[in-house]
Design a protein around this ligand. Structure first.
Ligand code: AGP
Length: 566
């Protein structure tokens, strides 16, 4: 917003293009502004579909994070009212509603507009009649206000604010904020002024080059924070709820649902729950489950995993299962997040703020809580002898220490990264090793942009081994010692076809040394807990591969920390 009113400059593609187009913002002078890096949902990623969108009279501009579910009906209504649409987006319906409801009172126009919207939205609104004022509205999509000195901000993620201020206000669903350079007012959905607490963002990079490396190194402390509140003199107690033996005996199936790394944490946690509780566990991608007419009912216990607690697919999957009578336990990191509110019970992972887009401590603390749950339920069900239960609880209590040992013993990973991450990679393993290999491959893809594929080692011979040529890097996870000989035979198979193999095994495994080209060792731990240790070298391998390639490690291209749209 400048002297001549609202000026819009927008492009598709990378932010660098916009910087070039506006001479790093010099060509759009002004004191009040809104911007958005669009995650395309409705309408291709084109210049015209980029945000902000302008009202026909040029008075309002808007940016939007989320999805307007009823946008088609609104679009038809507005076209019938004579409004002209320029883009294919759902967002544009909002700015025309603002024009439709505006009679000089901006806040009322915002409230009337919000009342018409169905779906999720974090909105940023500019009006030419109030050049030093911004409006922000939150509904099911994160929105945070930043309190500056002589200036104020809003953003959908706290990472965008922290360079400017550490004092923030977290908006709740239905709340509307009005920001000027000197004040912030927050109103509830009825327009009543409300008081909001100010939170202090306390995290820093702590001397690390990237938040991701800091968060990898924080894992021993983060896992300890996840475990400690639930371990009491050798017993496990969940926070503020109990699952009775009777309730657990009524459960005939456990469904774990999540997205991305959280899904992979579920794939690993499943082994601990099935082995200890002897209850069938189904791990389902939330984006599939939400449309799959899930076969869940009052005898199903659903564990919903999410670091952010705001992932749209996971929220939708949770609602699908809840409507079918399932009991929902949310395992989330962000306190007060949407999933935490929707679940019947919540187990926070207490990882602390995770800033890097690629999750690390978010994943390992999810595992820690899943292991806790598995032991808690197994003991309630009488599936474990006291001695075995106590030994496993002790082993779990030692997990933070084992994590630190894992980090300390793997100083050679930067060198290995250079040797194994020159091209597309395979991550192979069996059972618990295959599950953690899935996460290892995702880490490699999302921060180094190298193609990586995780494969069940026993499946290679059914086709994929055709791709193994001379020099093909293969990362073989061999921590499941009951299956180690089988995985060893897979290592021999791929080496016979020219692969170079980096194996991951427990300290003291001598067989593996004779077969693999290089070996990463981790401390010995129960197989069902091994993923929490095995993942750390895989995180570091991806980190150093990305560093070598000069990638934007904390903010990889095309990725968001929380995918709040489907
Ligand atoms: C993690 O490295 C990825 N960035 C991504 O897969 C993430 O795990 C996924 O989007 C789920 O996020 P959530 O845990 O916040 O629900």
């Amino acid at each position: 917003m400048g002297a001549e009113g609202i000026r819009v400059e927008k492009v598709s593609g990378r932010i660098a293009r916009l910087c070039e187009k506006t001479a790093n913002g010099a060509s759009v002078p002004g004191s009040t502004g809104i911007g958005h890096t669009r995650w395309a949902t409705h309408g291709a990623p084109t210049d015209i579909n980029a945000h902000p969108h302008l009202s026909n009279d040029g008075r309002f501009a808007i940016v939007h994070n989320g999805i307007i579910e009823n946008y088609l009906a609104l679009r038809e209504e507005l076209i019938a009212d004579g409004y002209v649409f320029r883009s294919e987006t759902d967002t544009e319906t909002i700015v025309h509603l603002l024009e439709k409801y505006y009679d000089g009172d901006i806040k009322t126009a915002v409230m009337k507009t919000a009342a018409r919207l169905e779906g999720s939205y974090a909105l940023g609104i500019l009006c030419a009649d109030a050049p030093d004022t911004l409006y922000a509205v939150r509904q099911a999509s994160p929105l945070i206000l930043g309190i500056g000195v002589g200036e104020n901000y809003f953003a959908s993620d706290v990472t965008a604010l922290v360079a400017h201020t550490k004092n923030v206000i977290y908006l709740e669903d239905g709340e509307i904020a009005m920001l000027t350079p000197k004040s912030i007012q927050v109103f509830d959905c009825t327009g009543k002024l409300i008081q909001k607490p100010i939170s202090r963002v306390t995290w820093r990079k702590g001397g690390y080059e990237h938040f991701m490396l800091k968060e990898i190194m924080e894992q021993p402390a983060a896992v300890k924070a996840a475990l400690a509140p639930r371990l009491h003199d050798g017993e496990i107690r969940l926070d503020d709820f109990e699952l009775s033996a009777e309730k657990l005996r009524s459960v005939n199936k456990i469904v774990i649902t999540a997205c991305g790394s959280a899904y992979y944490a579920g794939c690993s946690g499943r082994y601990a729950i099935e082995k200890l509780c002897r209850i069938p566990v189904q791990v389902e991608l939330a984006s599939e489950l939400r449309y799959g007419e899930p076969m869940v009912d009052e005898h199903t216990l659903v564990l919903v995993l999410s670091q952010s607690g705001e992932t749209a697919d996971t929220i939708a999957a949770l609602k699908e299962c809840r409507e079918r009578g399932a009991t929902i336990i949310g395992i989330v990191n962000v306190v007060g997040s949407t999933i935490a509110k929707l679940a019947d019970h919540t187990l926070y992972t207490w990882a602390g703020p995770e800033i890097a887009v690629a999750t690390t401590k978010g994943y390992t603390t999810q595992l820690a809580v899943l292991y806790l749950f598995a032991l808690y339920a197994a003991e309630k069900l009488g599936r474990l002898q006291k001695a075995e239960y106590s030994a496993l609880v002790h082993s779990l209590k030692m997990l933070p220490k084992r994590l630190q040992e894992t980090i300390d013993m793997n100083y050679q990973i930067p060198a290995l990264a250079g040797r194994y991450t020159s091209q597309s990679l395979f991550f192979i393993g069996r059972n618990t090793d295959y599950a953690v290999a899935l996460e290892g491959a995702l880490k490699m893809k999302e921060i180094s942009y190298l193609h990586a594929e995780s494969y069940a080692a026993g499946e290679l011979k059914h086709g994929t081994i055709a791709l193994i040529d001379e020099g093909q890097p293969v990362i073989a996870v061999c921590c499941n010692e009951a299956l180690c000989d089988k995985t060893l035979s897979n290592i021999v198979e791929v080496k016979a076809r020219g692969a170079k193999v980096l194996a991951l095994a427990f300290r003291g495994n001598r067989k593996i040394v004779s077969q693999a080209d290089d070996v990463i060792f981790i401390p010995r731990i129960e197989t069902i807990f091994s993923a929490a240790l095995a993942v750390v070298p895989l995180q570091l391998l991806a980190y150093y591969a990305a560093k070598e390639k000069g990638c934007d490690i904390d903010k990889p291209k095309n990725l968001a920390k929380s995918v709040t749209v489907e």
